[in-house]
Each structure stands twice: as C-alpha cells, then as structure tokens.
Design a protein around this ligand. Structure first.
Ligand code: SAH
Length: 243
C-alpha cells in the first residue's frame, strides 16, 4: 500500500488566509508534518491528526520522515507557512522523494508573505517584482548582493524575505547600503511584521530610513521602484495608466 505526500502552503497564519484546497488536504490526510511554529498554527483545527513536528535546520530530515511515512501507506501533509514553493519545503521534498523513487507528491499553493504583506501596505507590487531572501545560510552573500544590484538596475520592486535574524542582525542595513548605490535614498519602502497573526505591525518609510529600522525574521520588507509613491498612508506602485 502506497501513501502520498502533499506539500501544503498554509498562508501567513490567519486560518481565513489558507486556501480551501489546503484546508481540504489537511482534513483528509493521516499525518501532518512541519516545523513547530507552523504546526502550532493549525494544531487546534485538526485534533484527530497524527502530528510530527521538528525543529528549524532539520528540513531534510523532515522530508525523509514524510517519504518514510508515505511509503508505509499514510497520506502525509508537509506544511509550510505562506507558499510551499517559495523558500519552502516543496523543492527539498521533491529532491528527497526522487532519491527513494517516490513520485506520489502533490504541491498545494498558499498565499506567500509577499502577497499577504503587500495587501497590508496597499499595492506595492503593482508592477514587476523580484523576491530576494537575505538569508546566507544556503546562498553565498556575494550572490545575494549581485541579485540586489541587478534588481535595482532593473527598477524592479523588491520583496526581501528573511531580512534579519539574531545572527544576521545587521543584514537589512547591509542590503539597504547595497541598494543605495543604485537607488534614491527617497525610494518608498515598507515592511510588515506578523502578517496574518495577532499584533500585525506595518511601516512605510524611505530607503534611507529603512536602513535604520530594526526588523526580525517575522518581517517582510518591500522596496518600491522609481514610480512607487506613498498615497494616504499606503505604499502604491502605479501600473502606469497616468503616464
Ligand atoms: N514560504 C514562506 C516564506 C518562508 S521564508 C512564504 O511563502 O511566505 C521566511 C520569511 O518569510 C520570513 O523571514 C519573513 O520574511 C517571511 N514571512 C513568512 N511569514 C510571515 C508573516 N506571517 N509575517 C511576516 N513575514 C513573514
């Protein structure tokens, strides 16, 4: 008997921001696997499910657990915050599953922080956008720097994921300094903390001011393009209808 693995994006936190499909999959699976913080977001809603939680930095082990459980015949949901394919578990799971010749994997999309955070700020992503993670755990910082510079050169709106952590406390400042070599200090920026969770915070500021802000890993940062404006307390990137 062969089981199945679903890799499920559960959105930013608020149950209403999870898709109907994700809700359905969690309802039908036998086992929910995930990082503790994400498990805590859904645990109460699925009291009859077997739960397997493990820590950060154990991502590969988490994938192996899913494949093992599925091979024993279970329907397994591997949950991620936001979307499972964006800095999530969909790609490592597919890589690990392939090693075991296991193919019964379905990816279930979710609302990523770029989208849920954008809605909190207004409409900062009204035009072309790059998403860049500032985490250099898996990516050399030189490559992150190159991507920041290229995004700035291309006048993209930029969404920064993983803008800081305890060990990387000054990374947002580093990123701003890199961007300031190409962008105006007055570029309209914003950030949102704890999207879809209790105590959501947001701020709209300039790139120069953003450099001084203290953010943490529960924050998503938005850098506008040259046309982005602050309108009535909202961050707005025009589509270009008035040009
Ligand atoms: N798969 C997730 C991203 C995981 S990377 C998604 O699609 O949203 C982790 C980073 O995502 C965090 O450091 C933060 O930048 C962002 N993030 C995820 N959830 C968030 C939330 N509820 N509020 C603010 N930022 C969030």
């Amino acid at each position: 008997m062969k089981g199945k693995v679903y890799v499920v994006g559960i959105g930013p936190g608020d149950a209403r921001m999870m898709t109907k499909e994700a809700e359905e999959i969690l309802g039908l699976c036998d086992t929910i696997v995930g990082y503790k913080t994400y498990i805590d977001l859904v645990r109460d809603r699925y009291p009859d499910k077997e739960i397997i939680e493990n820590g950060m930095r154990s991502e590969i082990e988490r994938c192996q657990i899913c494949v093992r459980e599925a091979l024993s015949g279970k329907k397994v949901a591997l949950i991620c915050s936001g979307d499972a394919g964006i800095y999530g578990m969909a790609s490592p799971l597919l890589e690990e599953a392939e090693k075991d010749g296991f193919v019964d994997v379905t990816i279930v999309p979710g609302v990523t922080a770029a989208l849920s955070g954008a809605a909190v700020l207004g409409a900062p992503l009204g035009h072309d956008v790059c998403m860049i993670s500032l985490s250099d755990i898996l990516t050399p910082f030189a490559l992150i720097e190159k991507r920041l510079l290229c995004a700035a050169e291309g006048d993209f709106c930029i969404v920064l994921y993983n803008p800081a952590s305890t060990k990387r406390a000054d990374y947002l400042r580093r990123a701003c300094d890199i961007l300031l070599t190409r962008l105006s200090p007055e570029t309209v920026c914003g950030y949102v903390r704890k999207i879809g969770r209790e105590g959501t915070e947001k701020k709209i500021c300039t790139l120069k001011e953003l450099r001084e802000e203290k953010v943490d890993m529960l924050t998503t940062v938005f850098i506008g393009n040259t046309a982005t404006r602050a309108i009535g307390g909202r961050m707005v990137t025009p589509r270009g209808y008035h040009r």
